[in-house]
Design a protein around this ligand. Structure first.
Ligand SMILES: Nc1ncnc2c1ncn2[C@@H]1O[C@H](COP(=O)(O)OP(=O)(O)OP(=O)(O)O)[C@@H](O)[C@H]1O
Length: 244
């Protein structure tokens, strides 16, 4: 059977330099793996890379294509191929009720009212949360709000989701529950984190420093090197090495 060898994620010579500061420096990345991690210290450019991948900011040089969609130029096309989940759900949520929040993306994609309602009901059912439909988002816990954000992304049926430190601020049981939900998703996940233990078993891990790749390989190779390096840095006797 013929296979499609084109990369699902394709960054070509991407540079991003807001206010003249080089944040992402000539990055090229072709990826088709299902579980991809991006590791790096504070300020290494991880969030900027996530935003570039989702097409939320345009590259100053180079192109970002997800499933052949130029995500910065074709915003409507981008919604159907890539979704992003931020660290803080409150930076993502804009509507007062769960159903409005989840339906927004579908409306942006041009779906009519009935299609939006069907899509929202289906994703709520899928997660056993049909009773949340008319709930006020601000009365939910942070973990529940993060799940609303995840449903808001999944309802658009993207090929890829980028998760930018999605468990920060969540307690251990909530983190473990959300991790289980994510593990069961039949799509490509790009997990942005500075915590190597989040990437156990990942097919591919990119270690980013100062907007450039330090190492690129399976988690079993990159995670131990990254951890050893971070431990050495953490053992230094002052704060002079704080990034930024
Ligand atoms: N729009 C912008 N204007 C100016 N500087 C920016 C902008 N976006 C990012 N930066 C700078 O680029 C660097 C990388 O930021 P980024 O948030 O991408 O890193 P990060 O690896 O996600 O960091 P953290 O782990 O601390 O969230 C930082 O020094 C940040 O201040």
């Amino acid at each position: 059977m013929p296979t499609d060898d084109r990369p699902l994620i394709s960054l070509d010579g991407v540079s991003y330099s807001p206010d003249g500061l080089m944040v992402i420096d000539d990055l090229t990345l072709k990826a088709r793996e299902r579980r991809i991690g991006v590791l790096g210290r504070n300020g290494s450019g991880k969030t900027s890379l996530a935003r570039l991948m989702a097409g939320l900011v345009p590259a100053d040089r180079g192109t970002v294509r997800i499933a052949d969609v130029d995500v910065a130029r074709d915003r409507k096309g981008a919604l159907g191929v890539i979704g992003i989940l931020f660290q803080n759900p409150d930076h993502q949520i804009i509507f007062p009720t769960v159903e409005e929040e989840i339906g927004f993306g579908l409306a942006q994609m041009g779906r009519n009212k009935a299609e939006v309602a069907d899509g929202v009901a289906a994703v709520l059912r899928r997660f056993g949360k049909a009773h949340w439909a008319s709930a006020a988002v601000n009365l939910l816990s942070q973990g529940q709000r993060q799940l609303v954000c995840l449903m808001s992304v999944l309802v658009m049926n993207p090929r890829v989701i980028v998760l930018d430190e999605p468990f920060a601020g969540l307690d251990m049981p909530t983190t473990l529950q959300l991790q289980r939900v994510l593990a069961g998703l039949d799509l490509t996940i790009v997990m942005i984190t500075h915590q190597p233990d989040m990437l156990k078993g990942y097919d591919r891990v990119i270690w980013l420093e100062r907007g450039a790749m330090v190492q690129d390989g399976p988690a079993s190779e990159v995670v131990p090197t990254f951890t050893a390096h971070m431990t050495t840095l953490g053992g230094a006797d002052d704060l002079s090495d704080l990034a930024g």
